[in-house]
Design a binder for this molecule. Structure first.
Ligand SMILES: [Zn+2]
Length: 311
């Protein structure tokens, strides 16, 4: 299976248009130790010319245009994208759906509750239903692998995808009336992909409200995990007020309860931080936080990073 990081930053990207924090300021000046990053977007491929998009970033159009592997064949109308899999109803993970409204039949997987948020309360997403046939909204069960790619005779094997509940909440824009009827554990999921015993686990939103992610991360050949914040009060330090990292659904990386400390020590595969917020000091490749992360055996995702497992 191949995995591509099309975007590696948290919501707002890096630099963020309205942020003058020291990271964003230095990225604007083009200092070489600060790589600009678009908003988090990952794609996974079980076979040539077959891709699944994980979430739909606000930068999706630009990300697809930049990579020739996502182009239609000359003279044709179509896409190598088989389906999208949404991991929450967060604006940063669903806004990109609106970039795909050019009458393209697609399959869109999400938990039943997230599908309700998108289709019952946010009628703008009906613009996707104008294709013939219209997009198929497919409910993704929790904790049960489903086959999303069957494999071809004599070629690559099937790819399964399992939704892993991560805790976390529905976004603020969901009405109180709808929220009351939604299953709490369906708000935010991680995804485990398996093809021929090769495992890839993706979880850019670790709330810390449960520990289920740990065994999936430990067993995977590649884990792309939540690298949003370095400290719990990082945003407050920049904005002067606001919520902590944990309050918005992200365990910070550093500290005794941080994600780096919590990661199971016996993990066998590559560990990569993704979804980096523009305030995160890990973005400074010459800084101490970046060094600490690498010394602890982690890599830091960047736009254009690619992986192959089991090939
Ligand atoms: Zn900033």
């Amino acid at each position: 299976m191949r995995i591509k990081v099309l975007g590696s930053a948290a919501g707002g990207g890096f630099p963020q248009w309205n942020c003058g924090c020291s990271n964003c300021h230095r990225a604007r000046r083009g200092l070489f130790s600060f790589k600009p990053r678009t908003q988090a977007q990952v794609a996974v491929s079980p076979a040539p010319a077959t891709w699944f998009l994980l979430n739909a970033s606000p930068d999706l159009r630009q990300q697809l245009l930049q990579d020739p592997e996502f182009a239609p064949a000359e003279g044709s109308r179509g896409t190598p994208i088989s389906a999208l899999i949404l991991m929450s109803a967060d604006v940063d993970g669903v806004m990109g759906l609106l970039h795909l409204r050019e009458f393209q039949p697609l399959k869109i997987y999400a938990t039943a509750s997230v599908l309700r948020v998108l289709t019952e309360e946010n009628s703008i997403f009906r613009s996707l239903e104008r294709s013939v046939p219209p997009v198929q909204w497919e409910a993704l069960p929790l904790d049960r692998p489903i086959e999303i790619y069957q494999g071809a005779a004599g070629a690559k094997s099937a790819l399964t995808c399992k939704a892993v509940p991560l805790g976390g909440d529905y976004p603020d824009y969901v009405s109180a009336a709808l929220r009351k009827t939604l299953a709490k554990e369906e708000a935010v999921i991680g995804l485990e992909f398996v093809q021929d015993e090769n495992r890839f686990f993706y979880a850019p939103n670790l709330s810390g409200q449960n520990d289920q992610w740990k065994c999936h991360a430990k067993e995977s050949d590649l884990a792309l995990l939540d690298g949003t914040f370095w400290t719990d009060n990082e945003l407050i330090g920049v904005r002067g007020s606001g919520k902590t990292a944990r309050e918005i659904g992200h365990v910070p990386l550093s500290g005794p309860d941080g994600m780096l400390e919590q990661f199971p020590p016996a993990g066998k595969g590559r560990r990569v931080l993704i979804h980096l917020n523009n305030t995160n000091p890990v973005l400074d490749e010459s800084g101490a936080a970046n060094r600490a992360v690498r010394d602890a055996g982690w890599e830091v995702a960047y736009d254009g990073m690619e992986f192959e497992i089991g090939i």
